[in-house]
Design a protein around this ligand. Structure first.
Ligand SMILES: Cc1cc2nc3c(=O)[nH]c(=O)nc-3n(C[C@H](O)[C@H](O)[C@H](O)COP(=O)(O)OP(=O)(O)OC[C@H]3O[C@@H](n4cnc5c(N)ncnc54)[C@H](O)[C@@H]3O)c2cc1C
Length: 392
């Protein structure tokens, strides 16, 4: 089996690294961040594909790394239930899944502070990968899992730009036990939505900072999609030190006047239980929403995986599932091809391009229906999360 360099050590890169190592590849992960990644993205709704490695390969009980809810509820502005349906969802936090995967992969071949700057194929068919510190490594397969701002994508497909979707997500978490009784009652066992003109907000419980999943020990996670005209985006994404950021502002870096505007808008517009969550979030943070889709994922012995290839809007809650699925299919194809990298990548690309394109389009439709066309309806079956389709 080939020697593999995985660039980007988040959920997509780590899942691929584990799966490729399982089939006998010699795998090293190169992650740009200098420290073990922390608290990224707060809560995530998780689909079976995201949990598949921990559950199937590591034998982790699903209830140990996820919280779950039994209901989907839509509240109106006054807090009354507009629509309710029984549906079980699972949620986790980026940290919980990351910690589980990294614990399994181990630190020895997970190299921090390695910022890939370029790569090239040499005459022998190897890929030479270059880093910011001028170091160079060789691999027979390069997996670029370097996320939405992928250096690899920018170099290989300079014509593929990130298309701003016209809105951002305001996010944050609150310890569940800090909520007052009525808000806790409404929110603790549901994915709770509120639909507003040109906007929607979701609230759900996720594991606590230490991974605790018991009711009362968890965090309540909020994601509020709000339209921001493109010319106003750079000002919003300028942090409290005056530094412009391309995609997101992490917790603690949003300017005070914008946090104030978030809190006053939440008090004026949101149903009381959701407004209480917004009021109690210590450090709300912001992520802009983009559409990115590529026409190719394979370039010789290098491939783009996860958000590096397709960064889709979050409405199907399938971003980490798609990144994980890219890894599962890659390992299966490589095994089926007896370690022949070009043969495996050709089969892989056809399937994963189709999956990414479908998901991109589905999420775009859902997002536009909420933010722009006013056709986002409580109970619409298209809103059920899923990687391959609603509920699938
Ligand atoms: C508002 C919002 C809500 C979301 N909600 C959900 C949800 O509920 N459920 C869900 O499944 N998904 C959700 N997502 C999507 C999810 O966060 C992404 O799809 C997922 O993180 C992609 O994983 P990845 O490993 O491909 O990339 P990333 O997580 O972006 O990781 C890329 C990694 O590569 C590293 N890197 C970058 N450049 C280099 C370089 N040059 N050299 C070395 N390393 C590098 C980075 O430091 C990072 O660790 C949401 C996204 C947004 C914006």
């Amino acid at each position: 089996m080939p020697g593999v360099a995985v660039v980007g050590g988040s959920l997509g890169g780590l899942t691929a690294a584990l799966l490729l190592r399982d089939i006998g590849c010699d795998v090293t992960v190169y992650e740009r961040s200098r420290e073990t990644l922390q608290a990224r993205g707060a809560g995530i709704a998780v689909l079976p594909e995201t949990l598949r490695y921990p559950v199937e390969r590591l034998g982790v009980p699903v209830g140990r790394i996820t919280s779950s809810t039994e209901w989907i509820r839509f509240l109106d502005r006054g807090g009354s239930v507009r629509h309710a349906q029984r549906h079980r969802y699972r949620f986790s936090s980026w940290n919980t899944i990351y910690g589980t995967l990294l614990g399994a992969f181990g630190a020895e071949r997970y190299l921090l502070g390695r910022d890939m700057t370029s790569f090239a194929t040499d005459g022998a068919g190897d890929v030479r990968v270059r880093f910011a510190d001028d170091d160079e490594v060789r691999a027979e397969l390069l997996v670029c899992a370097d996320g939405i701002g992928s250096v690899a994508r920018a170099a290989l497909l300079p014509e593929v730009g990130a298309r701003y979707a016209g809105y951002v997500a305001w996010r944050g978490t609150v310890p569940e036990r800090e909520l007052d009784g009525p808000a806790f009652e409404v929110l603790h066992d549901a994915l709770t939505y509120q639909v507003l003109p040109g906007s929607h907000v979701l609230v759900y419980p996720i594991p606590g900072p230490d991974g605790a999943v018991g009711v009362g020990d968890r965090l309540i996670n909020m994601v509020w999609y709000r339209n921001v005209a493109e010319p106003d985006l750079p000002a919003l994404l300028t942090d409290r030190d005056g530094q412009p950021r391309p995609v997101s502002l992490p917790p603690g870096s949003v300017r005070d006047e914008l946090v104030g505007e978030f809190r006053s808008s939440a008090a004026a517009l949101l149903a009381p239980p959701i407004a209480e969550v917004a009021a109690r979030i210590g450090q709300p943070f912001v992520q802009a929403v983009f559409d990115i889709g590529v026409p190719r994922m394979v370039f010789g012995r290098a491939c783009l995986l996860g958000d590096a290839a397709f960064a889709v809007r979050p409405h199907a809650a399938a971003g980490t599932a798609k990144a994980a699925e890219d890894g599962w299919v890659l390992a299966a194809e490589l095994e089926a091809a007896g370690g022949d990298v070009p043969q495996a990548l050709a089969a892989w690309e056809a399937a994963q391009l189709a999956l990414g394109s479908r998901l991109l389009e589905r999420n775009r439709e859902i997002g536009d229906s909420s933010q722009f066309t006013g056709t986002f309806r409580p109970g619409d079956p298209r809103l059920i999360f899923g990687l391959h389709g609603p509920g699938r």
